[in-house]
Design a protein around this ligand. Structure first.
Ligand SMILES: [Zn+2]
Length: 363
Protein backbone atom coordinates (compact mmCIF):
# COMPACT_ATOMS: atom_id res chain seq x y z
CA UNK A 1 0.00 0.00 0.00
CA UNK A 2 1.27 3.41 -0.91
CA UNK A 3 1.30 5.70 2.15
CA UNK A 4 2.74 9.01 0.89
CA UNK A 5 0.49 11.34 -1.13
CA UNK A 6 0.78 14.81 -2.63
CA UNK A 7 -1.87 17.26 -1.53
CA UNK A 8 -2.69 20.87 -0.76
CA UNK A 9 -3.03 22.34 2.72
CA UNK A 10 -5.52 25.21 3.25
CA UNK A 11 -5.01 27.32 6.32
CA UNK A 12 -6.57 30.28 8.05
CA UNK A 13 -9.40 32.67 7.19
CA UNK A 14 -7.82 33.55 3.85
CA UNK A 15 -7.43 29.85 3.07
CA UNK A 16 -3.85 30.15 1.91
CA UNK A 17 -2.85 27.16 -0.09
CA UNK A 18 0.42 25.28 0.24
CA UNK A 19 1.64 22.10 -1.43
CA UNK A 20 1.78 19.35 1.19
CA UNK A 21 3.10 15.83 1.55
CA UNK A 22 0.59 13.66 3.39
CA UNK A 23 1.76 10.44 5.04
CA UNK A 24 -0.73 7.88 6.31
CA UNK A 25 0.12 6.22 9.64
CA UNK A 26 -1.67 3.98 12.11
CA UNK A 27 -2.87 6.85 14.31
CA UNK A 28 -3.37 9.68 11.83
CA UNK A 29 -1.92 11.77 9.04
CA UNK A 30 1.46 13.48 9.02
CA UNK A 31 1.12 16.63 6.94
CA UNK A 32 4.29 18.39 5.87
CA UNK A 33 4.00 21.84 4.28
CA UNK A 34 6.27 24.86 4.11
CA UNK A 35 9.08 23.12 5.96
CA UNK A 36 7.02 22.18 9.01
CA UNK A 37 5.12 19.00 9.83
CA UNK A 38 1.91 18.60 11.79
CA UNK A 39 0.01 15.55 13.02
CA UNK A 40 -3.71 15.06 12.51
CA UNK A 41 -5.04 12.25 14.63
CA UNK A 42 -7.97 10.37 13.11
CA UNK A 43 -10.22 11.59 15.95
CA UNK A 44 -9.44 15.21 15.05
CA UNK A 45 -10.62 15.49 11.45
CA UNK A 46 -13.39 14.33 9.14
CA UNK A 47 -13.84 13.73 5.47
CA UNK A 48 -15.99 16.29 3.63
CA UNK A 49 -15.37 15.27 0.01
CA UNK A 50 -14.23 12.25 -1.98
CA UNK A 51 -17.13 9.85 -1.48
CA UNK A 52 -17.84 9.87 -5.22
CA UNK A 53 -15.77 8.81 -8.16
CA UNK A 54 -13.64 11.56 -9.66
CA UNK A 55 -13.90 13.80 -6.61
CA UNK A 56 -10.73 14.83 -4.72
CA UNK A 57 -10.57 13.66 -1.12
CA UNK A 58 -10.89 16.51 1.37
CA UNK A 59 -10.22 16.27 5.10
CA UNK A 60 -11.16 19.10 7.47
CA UNK A 61 -9.84 19.51 10.93
CA UNK A 62 -12.60 19.82 13.55
CA UNK A 63 -13.18 23.37 14.67
CA UNK A 64 -15.33 25.38 12.30
CA UNK A 65 -14.77 27.68 9.32
CA UNK A 66 -11.16 28.62 9.84
CA UNK A 67 -9.94 25.14 10.66
CA UNK A 68 -7.33 23.85 8.24
CA UNK A 69 -8.18 21.42 5.46
CA UNK A 70 -6.09 19.14 3.31
CA UNK A 71 -7.04 18.01 -0.19
CA UNK A 72 -5.56 14.95 -1.89
CA UNK A 73 -6.48 14.16 -5.51
CA UNK A 74 -5.73 10.47 -5.27
CA UNK A 75 -8.62 8.45 -3.72
CA UNK A 76 -6.08 5.72 -2.92
CA UNK A 77 -5.42 7.61 0.30
CA UNK A 78 -8.72 6.21 1.62
CA UNK A 79 -7.55 2.70 0.86
CA UNK A 80 -4.28 3.48 2.64
CA UNK A 81 -6.16 4.67 5.74
CA UNK A 82 -8.38 1.58 5.60
CA UNK A 83 -5.27 -0.61 5.46
CA UNK A 84 -3.10 1.14 8.04
CA UNK A 85 -5.35 3.15 10.32
CA UNK A 86 -6.13 1.55 13.66
CA UNK A 87 -9.16 2.09 15.86
CA UNK A 88 -12.75 3.16 15.27
CA UNK A 89 -11.82 6.72 14.29
CA UNK A 90 -9.78 5.48 11.34
CA UNK A 91 -12.60 3.24 10.18
CA UNK A 92 -14.76 6.30 9.49
CA UNK A 93 -12.69 6.86 6.36
CA UNK A 94 -13.44 3.60 4.67
CA UNK A 95 -13.40 4.08 0.87
CA UNK A 96 -16.93 4.38 -0.47
CA UNK A 97 -18.08 3.35 -3.88
CA UNK A 98 -20.08 5.72 -6.02
CA UNK A 99 -23.77 5.03 -6.52
CA UNK A 100 -23.23 4.25 -10.17
CA UNK A 101 -20.65 1.65 -9.25
CA UNK A 102 -22.89 0.15 -6.59
CA UNK A 103 -25.74 -0.05 -9.10
CA UNK A 104 -23.47 -1.61 -11.71
CA UNK A 105 -22.24 -4.14 -9.21
CA UNK A 106 -25.85 -4.99 -8.28
CA UNK A 107 -26.82 -5.44 -11.93
CA UNK A 108 -23.74 -7.54 -12.62
CA UNK A 109 -24.53 -9.64 -9.55
CA UNK A 110 -28.12 -10.19 -10.64
CA UNK A 111 -26.99 -11.12 -14.15
CA UNK A 112 -24.43 -13.54 -12.80
CA UNK A 113 -27.06 -15.12 -10.53
CA UNK A 114 -29.48 -15.40 -13.47
CA UNK A 115 -26.79 -16.87 -15.67
CA UNK A 116 -25.81 -19.37 -12.99
CA UNK A 117 -29.48 -20.30 -12.63
CA UNK A 118 -29.85 -20.99 -16.33
CA UNK A 119 -26.39 -22.39 -17.04
CA UNK A 120 -25.87 -24.60 -14.03
CA UNK A 121 -28.63 -24.68 -11.49
CA UNK A 122 -31.62 -25.37 -13.74
CA UNK A 123 -29.77 -27.93 -15.92
CA UNK A 124 -28.43 -29.62 -12.80
CA UNK A 125 -31.89 -29.69 -11.23
CA UNK A 126 -33.39 -30.89 -14.52
CA UNK A 127 -30.89 -33.75 -14.67
CA UNK A 128 -31.67 -34.76 -11.08
CA UNK A 129 -35.43 -34.53 -11.54
CA UNK A 130 -35.37 -36.28 -14.93
CA UNK A 131 -33.93 -39.38 -13.29
CA UNK A 132 -36.82 -39.42 -10.81
CA UNK A 133 -39.66 -38.75 -13.21
CA UNK A 134 -41.76 -41.92 -13.56
CA UNK A 135 -41.68 -43.60 -16.97
CA UNK A 136 -45.51 -43.43 -17.04
CA UNK A 137 -45.30 -39.66 -16.88
CA UNK A 138 -42.70 -39.53 -19.65
CA UNK A 139 -44.97 -41.74 -21.77
CA UNK A 140 -47.92 -39.42 -21.20
CA UNK A 141 -45.86 -36.36 -22.15
CA UNK A 142 -44.30 -38.18 -25.11
CA UNK A 143 -47.67 -39.28 -26.48
CA UNK A 144 -49.16 -35.80 -26.18
CA UNK A 145 -46.11 -34.13 -27.68
CA UNK A 146 -46.02 -36.55 -30.60
CA UNK A 147 -49.74 -36.07 -31.30
CA UNK A 148 -49.17 -32.35 -31.27
CA UNK A 149 -46.08 -32.25 -33.48
CA UNK A 150 -46.86 -35.09 -35.86
CA UNK A 151 -50.70 -35.23 -35.75
CA UNK A 152 -52.22 -38.59 -36.69
CA UNK A 153 -53.58 -37.10 -39.94
CA UNK A 154 -50.09 -36.24 -41.15
CA UNK A 155 -48.69 -39.72 -40.60
CA UNK A 156 -48.06 -42.58 -42.94
CA UNK A 157 -49.81 -45.57 -41.40
CA UNK A 158 -48.25 -48.18 -43.67
CA UNK A 159 -48.22 -51.41 -41.65
CA UNK A 160 -45.13 -52.90 -43.35
CA UNK A 161 -43.03 -49.79 -42.86
CA UNK A 162 -44.18 -49.56 -39.24
CA UNK A 163 -43.33 -53.22 -38.60
CA UNK A 164 -39.87 -52.86 -40.17
CA UNK A 165 -39.05 -49.80 -38.05
CA UNK A 166 -40.37 -51.43 -34.90
CA UNK A 167 -38.25 -54.50 -35.57
CA UNK A 168 -35.18 -52.28 -35.87
CA UNK A 169 -35.99 -50.54 -32.60
CA UNK A 170 -36.64 -53.88 -30.87
CA UNK A 171 -33.26 -55.19 -32.02
CA UNK A 172 -31.55 -52.04 -30.77
CA UNK A 173 -33.39 -52.17 -27.48
CA UNK A 174 -32.37 -55.77 -26.86
CA UNK A 175 -28.80 -54.48 -27.00
CA UNK A 176 -29.68 -51.98 -24.28
CA UNK A 177 -30.23 -54.14 -21.20
CA UNK A 178 -32.49 -52.77 -18.49
CA UNK A 179 -34.33 -50.29 -20.70
CA UNK A 180 -37.64 -49.36 -19.04
CA UNK A 181 -39.24 -48.05 -22.24
CA UNK A 182 -41.67 -49.40 -24.80
CA UNK A 183 -40.75 -47.91 -28.15
CA UNK A 184 -43.41 -46.67 -30.56
CA UNK A 185 -42.51 -45.32 -33.95
CA UNK A 186 -44.52 -43.13 -36.31
CA UNK A 187 -43.70 -41.93 -39.83
CA UNK A 188 -44.53 -38.30 -40.58
CA UNK A 189 -45.02 -37.44 -44.26
CA UNK A 190 -42.39 -34.79 -44.77
CA UNK A 191 -39.34 -34.43 -47.01
CA UNK A 192 -36.95 -33.67 -44.13
CA UNK A 193 -34.12 -36.19 -43.76
CA UNK A 194 -34.58 -36.33 -40.04
CA UNK A 195 -36.21 -37.89 -37.02
CA UNK A 196 -36.98 -36.97 -33.44
CA UNK A 197 -37.77 -38.68 -30.20
CA UNK A 198 -40.18 -37.56 -27.51
CA UNK A 199 -39.80 -38.70 -23.90
CA UNK A 200 -41.03 -42.15 -22.98
CA UNK A 201 -40.03 -43.91 -26.21
CA UNK A 202 -42.02 -42.09 -28.92
CA UNK A 203 -39.94 -41.86 -32.09
CA UNK A 204 -41.01 -39.96 -35.21
CA UNK A 205 -39.24 -40.60 -38.52
CA UNK A 206 -39.82 -38.29 -41.50
CA UNK A 207 -40.64 -40.01 -44.79
CA UNK A 208 -37.78 -38.05 -46.38
CA UNK A 209 -35.32 -40.04 -44.29
CA UNK A 210 -36.73 -43.37 -45.52
CA UNK A 211 -36.74 -42.17 -49.10
CA UNK A 212 -33.17 -40.90 -49.07
CA UNK A 213 -31.67 -43.80 -47.13
CA UNK A 214 -29.88 -46.08 -49.58
CA UNK A 215 -29.98 -48.91 -47.03
CA UNK A 216 -31.83 -49.70 -43.80
CA UNK A 217 -28.65 -49.38 -41.69
CA UNK A 218 -28.78 -45.62 -42.20
CA UNK A 219 -32.24 -45.51 -40.63
CA UNK A 220 -31.14 -47.91 -37.87
CA UNK A 221 -28.25 -45.53 -37.09
CA UNK A 222 -30.68 -42.65 -36.65
CA UNK A 223 -32.98 -44.81 -34.54
CA UNK A 224 -30.05 -45.83 -32.31
CA UNK A 225 -29.26 -42.15 -31.82
CA UNK A 226 -32.90 -41.28 -30.98
CA UNK A 227 -33.13 -44.27 -28.66
CA UNK A 228 -30.20 -42.85 -26.72
CA UNK A 229 -31.95 -39.48 -26.35
CA UNK A 230 -34.85 -41.42 -24.78
CA UNK A 231 -32.72 -43.70 -22.59
CA UNK A 232 -30.59 -40.80 -21.34
CA UNK A 233 -33.77 -38.73 -20.84
CA UNK A 234 -32.46 -35.74 -22.80
CA UNK A 235 -35.96 -34.70 -23.89
CA UNK A 236 -37.31 -34.94 -20.36
CA UNK A 237 -34.45 -32.75 -19.18
CA UNK A 238 -35.18 -30.24 -21.94
CA UNK A 239 -38.80 -30.02 -20.77
CA UNK A 240 -37.75 -29.61 -17.16
CA UNK A 241 -35.34 -26.82 -18.11
CA UNK A 242 -38.11 -24.97 -19.95
CA UNK A 243 -40.72 -24.97 -17.22
CA UNK A 244 -41.01 -22.61 -14.28
CA UNK A 245 -38.61 -23.31 -11.45
CA UNK A 246 -41.30 -23.84 -8.81
CA UNK A 247 -42.67 -26.79 -10.77
CA UNK A 248 -39.19 -28.30 -10.94
CA UNK A 249 -38.88 -27.88 -7.19
CA UNK A 250 -42.31 -29.50 -6.70
CA UNK A 251 -41.14 -32.34 -8.91
CA UNK A 252 -37.98 -32.78 -6.82
CA UNK A 253 -40.34 -33.20 -3.89
CA UNK A 254 -42.16 -35.92 -5.83
CA UNK A 255 -45.12 -34.02 -7.32
CA UNK A 256 -44.88 -34.28 -11.11
CA UNK A 257 -48.56 -33.54 -11.79
CA UNK A 258 -47.95 -29.96 -12.91
CA UNK A 259 -45.35 -30.85 -15.51
CA UNK A 260 -47.40 -32.37 -18.33
CA UNK A 261 -49.28 -29.22 -19.32
CA UNK A 262 -46.11 -27.21 -19.41
CA UNK A 263 -44.34 -29.76 -21.53
CA UNK A 264 -47.11 -29.45 -24.08
CA UNK A 265 -46.92 -25.68 -24.02
CA UNK A 266 -43.15 -25.66 -24.34
CA UNK A 267 -43.41 -28.10 -27.24
CA UNK A 268 -46.00 -25.91 -28.93
CA UNK A 269 -43.74 -22.91 -28.58
CA UNK A 270 -40.92 -24.87 -30.15
CA UNK A 271 -38.70 -23.83 -27.28
CA UNK A 272 -37.38 -27.26 -26.42
CA UNK A 273 -33.78 -27.89 -27.28
CA UNK A 274 -31.28 -30.49 -26.31
CA UNK A 275 -28.43 -29.30 -24.23
CA UNK A 276 -24.95 -28.88 -25.59
CA UNK A 277 -23.30 -32.25 -25.16
CA UNK A 278 -26.51 -34.27 -25.53
CA UNK A 279 -25.91 -34.87 -29.24
CA UNK A 280 -22.35 -36.09 -28.72
CA UNK A 281 -23.47 -38.30 -25.82
CA UNK A 282 -26.26 -39.80 -27.97
CA UNK A 283 -23.83 -40.37 -30.88
CA UNK A 284 -21.28 -42.11 -28.68
CA UNK A 285 -23.81 -44.39 -27.02
CA UNK A 286 -25.58 -45.04 -30.35
CA UNK A 287 -22.40 -46.54 -31.83
CA UNK A 288 -22.10 -48.80 -28.81
CA UNK A 289 -25.75 -49.89 -29.17
CA UNK A 290 -25.26 -50.58 -32.89
CA UNK A 291 -22.17 -52.64 -32.13
CA UNK A 292 -23.98 -54.65 -29.46
CA UNK A 293 -26.95 -55.16 -31.83
CA UNK A 294 -24.54 -56.25 -34.58
CA UNK A 295 -25.85 -53.60 -36.96
CA UNK A 296 -23.39 -52.07 -39.40
CA UNK A 297 -22.72 -48.73 -37.62
CA UNK A 298 -21.51 -46.66 -40.58
CA UNK A 299 -25.16 -45.84 -41.32
CA UNK A 300 -25.16 -43.18 -38.62
CA UNK A 301 -22.26 -41.34 -40.26
CA UNK A 302 -23.91 -41.70 -43.65
CA UNK A 303 -27.05 -40.13 -42.21
CA UNK A 304 -25.09 -37.02 -41.24
CA UNK A 305 -23.44 -36.95 -44.65
CA UNK A 306 -26.88 -37.11 -46.26
CA UNK A 307 -28.03 -34.27 -44.02
CA UNK A 308 -25.05 -32.23 -45.13
CA UNK A 309 -25.66 -32.91 -48.80
CA UNK A 310 -29.44 -32.40 -48.82
CA UNK A 311 -30.42 -29.96 -46.18
CA UNK A 312 -34.21 -30.23 -46.46
CA UNK A 313 -35.07 -28.35 -43.34
CA UNK A 314 -37.43 -29.43 -40.65
CA UNK A 315 -40.63 -27.33 -40.52
CA UNK A 316 -40.74 -24.74 -37.74
CA UNK A 317 -43.23 -26.54 -35.48
CA UNK A 318 -41.20 -29.74 -35.78
CA UNK A 319 -37.93 -28.10 -34.84
CA UNK A 320 -38.69 -29.70 -31.48
CA UNK A 321 -35.67 -31.70 -30.45
CA UNK A 322 -34.86 -32.66 -34.03
CA UNK A 323 -31.99 -30.30 -34.69
CA UNK A 324 -29.07 -32.47 -35.51
CA UNK A 325 -26.22 -30.04 -35.94
CA UNK A 326 -24.44 -31.24 -39.04
CA UNK A 327 -20.90 -30.24 -38.44
CA UNK A 328 -17.74 -31.53 -40.04
CA UNK A 329 -16.17 -32.27 -36.66
CA UNK A 330 -19.18 -34.36 -35.67
CA UNK A 331 -18.69 -36.56 -38.73
CA UNK A 332 -14.94 -36.68 -38.06
CA UNK A 333 -15.55 -37.72 -34.45
CA UNK A 334 -17.90 -40.50 -35.54
CA UNK A 335 -15.44 -41.64 -38.22
CA UNK A 336 -12.62 -41.99 -35.72
CA UNK A 337 -14.89 -43.83 -33.26
CA UNK A 338 -15.90 -46.20 -36.08
CA UNK A 339 -12.26 -47.08 -36.71
CA UNK A 340 -11.98 -48.73 -33.31
CA UNK A 341 -15.35 -50.48 -33.52
CA UNK A 342 -14.81 -54.08 -34.54
CA UNK A 343 -17.83 -56.19 -35.39
CA UNK A 344 -19.25 -58.58 -37.93
CA UNK A 345 -22.59 -57.04 -38.84
CA UNK A 346 -25.74 -59.00 -39.55
CA UNK A 347 -27.88 -57.42 -42.27
CA UNK A 348 -31.25 -56.00 -41.28
CA UNK A 349 -32.99 -57.05 -44.50
CA UNK A 350 -32.33 -57.62 -48.17
CA UNK A 351 -31.68 -54.74 -50.54
CA UNK A 352 -34.84 -55.48 -52.53
CA UNK A 353 -36.99 -55.50 -49.44
CA UNK A 354 -35.59 -52.14 -48.37
CA UNK A 355 -36.08 -50.62 -51.81
CA UNK A 356 -39.71 -51.72 -51.68
CA UNK A 357 -40.24 -50.25 -48.24
CA UNK A 358 -38.33 -46.97 -48.56
CA UNK A 359 -40.79 -45.22 -50.84
CA UNK A 360 -44.07 -46.57 -49.47
CA UNK A 361 -44.62 -43.41 -47.43
CA UNK A 362 -43.58 -40.96 -50.17
CA UNK A 363 -45.88 -38.72 -52.12
ZN1 LIG B 1 -30.05 -35.91 -31.64
Amino acid sequence: VRVVFDGLLYRGAAATREPAVVTVTATGLRIEAGGTAEWWRYEEFRQTQGAHRGEPVRFEREGGGEAPAVVVDDPAILAAIAALGAGPAARRFRPRRSLARVAMAAVAGALAAGAALYLWIIPALAAVVARRVPVAWEEEVGRRTTDLLAPPGSRCDDAEVGAALEAMLARLQRAQPGSPYTYRVAVARHAAINAFAAPGGYVVVFSGLLEQADRPELVAGVLAHELQHVEQRHGTQAILRAIPLQLVIAAVAGDVSGLAGFAEMAGRLGSLRYQRGDEAAADRAALETLRAARIEPRGLVDFFRALEAKAADVPEQLAYLSTHPRTADRIARLESALDSLALTPEPLMSEQRWRALATRCSG
